[in-house]
Design a protein around this ligand. Sequence first.
Ligand code: 3HC
Ligand code: NAI
Length: 676
Amino acid sequence: MTPPVNGLGLSTRQGIVDGLNRANDDAAVTSIVITGAGGAFSGGADIKEFGTDKSLQEPNLHSVIAAVENSPKPVVAAIHSVCMGGGLELALGCHYRVAAPGCSVALPEVKLGILPGAGGTQRLPRVLGVEAALNMIVSGEAIKSEQKLFDKLVASPEELAAEALAFAQSVADVRPLPLVRNLPCKHPQGDAYFQFARNMVKGMSKNFPAPAKCVDAVEAATKRKFADGLLFERELFINLMWTPESRSLRHLFLAERAASKIPDVPSDTPKRDIKAVAVIGAGTMGGGIAMNFLNAGIPVKMLEMKQEALDRGIATIQKNYEAQLKKGKLKQDKYEQRMALLSTTLSYDDLKDADLVIEAVFEEIGVKEAVFKELDRVMKPGAILASNTSTLDVNKIANFTKRPQDVVGLHFFSPANVMKLLEVVRGDATAKDVLATVMAIAKKIKKTAVVSGVCDGFIGNRMIEQYGRQGGFLLDEGCTPEQVDKAMEKFGMAMGPFRMGDLAGNDIGWAIRKRRYTEKPDMKYSKTADLLCEKGRYGQKTGAGWYDYVPGKRDAIPNAEVVKMIEDHRASLGITPRKISDEEIVQRLVFALVNEAAYILEEGIANKASDIDVVYIFGYGFPVYRGGPLNYANEVGLFNVVQAMNRFAKNPLDDAAFWKPAPLLAKLAAEGKTFN
Ligand code: 3HC
Ligand code: NAI
């Protein structure tokens, strides 16, 4: 047993082989059962071991499976809960498989940028058939305990152990021992089918090399001898393991899970019970926030100043659910159950029973003050008071109450019912059990939560401000918004910076800049974005921003007047435009994020580098296969990042101060280290 999911690390692999040997040496043993203690049969190879010496040490998974196949006594896999990756490959090496119902069975390696590397691509098609197996391998998706894979499906998980033992006894004398490797593997329309499969994966595998290799490996199962197919699979597996895409996906897998861990908040910290939630403000964010809890079966009471605002908010929630109904993503009875959990009020006194209240009112400190004073008056002791503020000081908000320990920032991203990221803003006084509770509730509402300290913009928006500043300099020096956006989208961003500005509203950045002009008068900014806003071109909401928009559509149509506005401004500064390469665009924008992230790390605003990567992947559309800005910087090499920054600092049209490496970045680069 290796908690929590019986990953097949070195000690477990050795344990299986030792157990097999003992059982085979013991004359009293007639057959052998392998199962996983705890919450899983096995979640597969130990991902944390990848890239370390341990993953190479014998017995490797191939050797373990060979030992199982060569056992002179029958080996039965007793499968329950989770049987994934190497776990399923081990089970397929056993002579028989007995499973509990409701078990999650998958070969999810493709999601880590690799393919099943211990015979999964060769054995699964022999049991499930080529097409069903390839679908499973290419999608990585789990199926429930599937009859064809198993020799016996028991009635309930509780009966698995006894039934597997009985089954093992019943086959103790059966010879020859059945081996999956001896089953035939053919597809009646071989070449045509694999051509079709290659076309199918082409779209999904643009930036992911693994899916196409999965097709190659399964095709080999149909065309080569088993042993040759196994070697071919191994070669593909090792090559994929070393790709930056796989390193990034594996980094992200661990980063996402690490994000829920807060260094000074132990996992056994007691949590408060959250049975009922209140949301203040039924606007853009309030409605989306409420939906998250309704979807998780938690009742929500919404409060507004006026009935009309409540009616509008409820209508938007209904409209969103009805769109899901139409697309078949939601069933009518589920919709009704969710709406039945929603209630409204105009009176704070009706909120007193809520365990968690989330404020999403106008972004004005005076309004927040009034709301938090009311909440302090009515909420029961121990209730958690959260603010969805995107820019205001959470410590200040906490101090509007007499219980700052119960106050926390819960910064949802728009649309709040869709975006996975949740920044949990930890105030100076926020209690540890409040943090533990909101991290747990985030998981319940299917958000990926990252803790941020209090600062202007928290982790994500503080970094995006520097990214936006560089975007402005690029326009001044010779780029068009379209060129910058295309370069960033080619790099993999869901949206380039100017399309993103149009989506979020250019007036938001304008308001922040106006504040900066007084707060930090020496800071250099391009004026083009201000000129754009002066024309009322706020973005999609006004039908015009950096681009034009046709009502009801989101396509960004380049606008000649905007390009002329940029050119005129450039000329007024006396700048002769130059051709800027896509590489320079990408480096300047991404390294702007990286340098600010380094400050955020050394100030302790983020607990760890991987948290920042999670913020950018789940909140800002950073490409998954690059693993986040800091993982990308690690891949490029921090020495090279700093070299490039020094080069940019020499550009008189840029800002030398901007490119001064943060002390942490400079130190890591000088020491040849990474952010990890
Ligand atoms: N290796 C090491 N640790 C693993 C792991 C694995 N294969 N799978 C899960 N874990 C760890 C997680 O990191 C986490 O650790 P933590 O508590 O320290 O944060 C813990 O198990 C629990 O994981 P989740 O939070 O994800 O728990 P869930 O209950 O939500 O999900 C799961 C469980 C379905 C098993 C999910 O973790 C999962 O999908 N794991 C990945 C499975 C996978 O990709 N397996 C293939 C591995 S590659 C392989 O087998 C190669 C082979 O072909 C040669
Ligand atoms: P919005 O203007 O769409 O909605 C605010 C709602 O609050 C309105 O319906 C208003 O009637 C109500 N309201 C105002 N004062 C109130 C009071 N005293 N009591 C009760 N209700 C009151 O604003 P939006 O966009 O939903 O923003 C809300 C909060 O969320 C702000 O703090 C904002 O900074 C933050 N936020 C906004 C994001 C966005 O993209 N819109 C993203 C993340 C955070």
